[in-house]
Design a protein around this ligand. Sequence first.
Ligand code: FES
Ligand SMILES: [Fe+2]
Length: 417
Amino acid sequence: MANEPDNLDLPEQPGANVWERAATGLRNYWYPVCGSRDVKTRWPSRFTRLGYEIAIVRRNGKPYAFLDECPHRGYTLSDGKYEFPGSDTITCRLHGMTFDLADRGNCVAVLTDGPDSPAVGKFRLRTFPAEERKGVVWVWFGRGAPAPLEEDVPGLVLQDDTLVKFRFRTVEGNWRNHSTQDAGHFPTLHRDAIGLLFSQIQGYAVAREPDYARDPYDGAVWLVQRNSSHQPIMQAEYPGLGVWPPKRLWRKMPRGGGTVPLKGVDSRGGAFRLPGILRVINFPFKAGMLYEWYVAEDADHYTYFQLTCHFPRNPLSWLYTQAWYYLWGRPMRKIRFNNQDRKPVAAQWRYWKRHGANPPTRLYRPDEFNLAIIDHVNRNARGESSAWQEAEAERRAALALEALPSIAGGSDDEPQA
Ligand code: FES
Ligand SMILES: [Fe+2]
C-alpha cells in the first residue's frame, strides 16, 4: 500500500506552524470524497481534494483512486479507457500506457509500443488507498501505509444499524475558515433561519470552555465545548442601547436539540475532531447526529461534506425518519440553514488574504474554542513534525500560558487523533 513516491508530494506551504501551513488540508488522514454511486466502471470521476487532481474508478466492484495525471506525458487519466474488461487496469487515451490499479499503479503494457515495450514496469501511476463504507468513498491522503480507516471515521457512522445520509458540495473559502466558525455566530447569523423560526435562541452563552472527551465508539479525541458551564442567556440589557434580542411571540419551541444526550454522546454546541470534523448532536432534527467534514480542494475552495446518522428501530420509525429528513431536515437545516455559513466563510478567507490573517482573538470570548482548535491541530495533527510542537510547549511554559484542560476522565495521555 505504501505507494507514494516522495517526489509527487505537494510543495510545503509557507507558515510558522502546522495550522498556517495547512492551506490545502492536513495530510495523513482518510477523507470522505464522494458517494459510492459517483464511482463508475466505464469512466473515471474526477475530483480536486487536498490540492490533488484525482480520479476514481471502479474495478471488479472496488473503487480505486489515482492522480489524474499520466506519468508518461501528463495526459488526464480521467479520460482513460477500460481496454481490458475484467482486469483492474486503466489505459491512458493518449499513447495507451496501461496501469494496474490493484498493483500500486504499475505500468503493465504500452499499447502503441507493442507487447515488448521496455517501458513496462518502469512507470507507475500514483494511486491513493481508497475504501468504501456506508455508501461513501474514503481516500487516504498521506505518505506511506494508511492508518486504519476506523481511526478517522467516527465509530457511530460505521455501526451496522446506523442509517447514514450525506451530501457534499464545493464551497468558496478555505477549509480552516469553516473549521473555526466561532461559537458566537449562532445567535446572530442563524437567528432568522427559517428552520429555526419557531425556536427560542439565546442572545449569548457564557464560559463555553473547551475540553477534551473521548469518542464512546472509537476512543478518538474530540475537542468539546464543556457542558457544565454552558449557560445560555436569552435576553440582556446593553447599556445605552436597550434590550436584545427582542422577544418574539412565535418563538415557542424550547431549545431542545443541542442539550439532549444522544447515543451516549453528551455534548452541547459543537465538537471538533482531526482532521477537520465538526459534530453536532440532534441535527438536522432530534435523534440525528451530524458530522461535517471540511475537506480542502485547493486553498480557495473546500468540499463541505455533511453526513448525518439516524437510528430507526423498526420499519415505522424508518419511514418517520425518511419523512422528517426529506421534508424538513435536508431542505431546511442541511441546505438552507447551513448555507448561511457560506458568505461569512468566503468573506473571512478574502479578509485573510487581503490582510495576512484573521486569527481568532482572546478579546472575543467565544473565540476560545477556535483558539483551542488551532492549538489542537498544531499539537496533535498526525504525522507532522514535532519541532513546532516542542517549540510551542516551550513558549507556553515561558509565558506561563494556561494549558488546555486535560482529557476528561483523568487520563494523563496527551490527546492523539
Ligand atoms: S501521456 Fe499517457 S500514455 Fe502518453
Ligand atoms: Fe453556522
